[in-house]
Design a protein around this ligand. Structure first.
Ligand SMILES: Nc1nc2c(ncn2[C@@H]2O[C@H](COP(=O)(O)OP(=O)(O)OP(=O)(O)O)[C@@H](O)[C@H]2O)c(=O)[nH]1
Ligand SMILES: [Mg+2]
Length: 112
């Protein structure tokens, strides 16, 4: 059992895993990406398009795409979905008026 787990783990570690970070504009996606990468809070400006960084955690490589969340950019989120293994949906819990929009975007993504 241990051997199987070790083999599966090494198979997982040998791959590069694609992660996308999505959420509405101003939710904090870019802040989270660079917090992961540099362990510090950086000054950000609204993302037009996307940022991509490789983050290595315990020998496991993640290719992390932070996608701009402005309304005009949301229709292009689906162009990032192919080969994605993990999705991080960022929600600003203070932005209560737009919680329902976050929910709609989540459902749209899950229906894809
Ligand atoms: N108070 C507080 N502010 C935050 C937090 N995370 C991000 N911010 C601030 O919120 C603003 C927007 O953060 P970004 O990370 O640029 O937001 P984003 O989701 O990448 O926005 P878009 O690129 O427009 O989609 C910045 O001024 C951040 O400093 C948080 O956890 N707490
Ligand atoms: Mg951003």
């Amino acid at each position: 059992m241990g051997l199987i787990f070790a083999k599966l783990w090494s198979f997982f570690c040998d791959q590069e895993h694609k992660v996308i970070i999505v959420g509405l504009d101003n939710a904090g996606k870019t802040t989270i990406l660079y917090q992961f990468l540099m362990n510090e809070v950086v000054h950000t400006s609204p993302t037009i398009g996307s940022n991509v960084e490789e983050i290595v955690v315990k020998n496991t490589h993640f290719l992390v795409w932070d996608i701009g969340g402005q309304e005009s950019l949301r229709s292009s989120w689906n162009t990032y979905y192919s080969n994605t293994e993990f999705i991080i949906l960022v929600v600003d819990s203070i932005d209560r008026e737009r919680l329902s929009i976050s929910k709609e975007e989540l459902y749209r993504m899950l229906a894809h």
